[in-house]
Ligand binder design. Structure first.
Ligand code: HEC
Length: 116
């Protein structure tokens, strides 16, 4: 004969739901400013659209971040570049953004490519 679920199961899933909500809350509020962070931080070199057509971008001969060549990099590779920097002219942003912030910028680069 089947018994009804013990009540601790229900309260367990409720607190799981609550903690998931709490975990997501900061991520959602951060996502709203990912574009601003990109504009404030990256666009000075890479341009708002990612094309790299800025004074610094031209000086550094930056590749278009939306190009197939850059977009074919895996998320892990992009994550690494943004976290640690690249070459002598691009600084890393791991400290400033934290892991979630760096991830959000990878997602933003994918979005830029879609808008092209
Ligand atoms: C001070 C200028 C500068 C800023 C600011 C900057 N970058 Fe870069 N970025 C560069 C340079 C220069 C390279 C190319 C480095 C090389 O290949 O030696 C580069 C390369 C990259 C690459 C790899 C593409 C390639 O050509 O190999 C990605 C992705 C990237 N940057 C993303 C970002 C993001 C996202 C930000 C903001 C969080 C950012 N960059 C901020 C200068 C900058």
């Amino acid at each position: 004969m089947s018994q009804s679920q013990p009540s601790c199961f229900e309260s367990g899933s409720l607190s799981l739901l609550l903690s998931v909500t709490l975990l997501l809350a900061p991520a959602i509020s951060f996502a709203a400013t990912t574009e601003d962070v990109y504009k404030d931080t990256c666009a000075i070199c890479h341009g708002v659209d990612g094309a790299g057509q800025t004074a610094r971008g031209k000086r550094f001969k930056l590749k278009d971040l939306r190009s197939a060549e850059i977009q074919k990099l895996t998320d892990a590779q992009l994550l690494d570049i943004i976290a640690k920097g690249k070459g002598k002219d691009m600084p890393g942003y791991e400290q400033e953004f934290g892991p979630d912030g760096v991830k959000a910028q990878v997602a933003h680069l994918r979005e830029l490519a879609k808008k092209k």
